[in-house]
Write a protein that binds this ligand. Sequence first.
Ligand code: GLN
Length: 191
Amino acid sequence: MARKIGVLALQGDFAKHMAMLETLGVETLAIKKPQQLEECDALIIPGGESTTLTKLMVKYGFYEPLREFSRRHPVMGTCAGAILVAKDVDDPRVQPLGLMNIAAKRNAYGRQVDSFVTDINTPMLAGAPTFPAVFIRAPKISAVRNGVEILMSSAGEPVMVQEGNILAVTFHPELTKDNRIHRYFLELTSD
Ligand code: GLN
């Protein structure tokens, strides 16, 4: 089990991820500077605005340290974080980290349904058969390429994918009481 989990705390709902991790009894660290990554065993990139996160990550010099970190440690990107871990993004204002062989399309569910909750089948998680997934101006994973496994789909769209120790989740698992996705992520740290 991991000792300390970092949550990128430049913008977005990092506090909710930290609160959920604390319910699982793990120590957390709000990451505001790249040097803090050295203290962590894994990192969550939270939801927020991928354009704003891009600007802040450039400003504070996160790109290379974070790519280096991901070669040795698990990283989970949720919603805007899922956009940032992708290789390709449809919006040139977003500079993705390219940690995963996927393409992401921002705000892909359209205006009418840009926020919704839906129960998703979770064959890979023990316990309840579904997970209550909260989508908020969510992206779609528009291409899943070599080496990437689809862990969950909703209405035919991949919504949680994994490549090695990197996870991308297009919804907000930190906004429910169901901590199974966070537990799944923590298990990757013990490999
Ligand atoms: N729409 C946001 C973006 O494109 C993501 C929304 C979210 O993280 N809840 O970055």
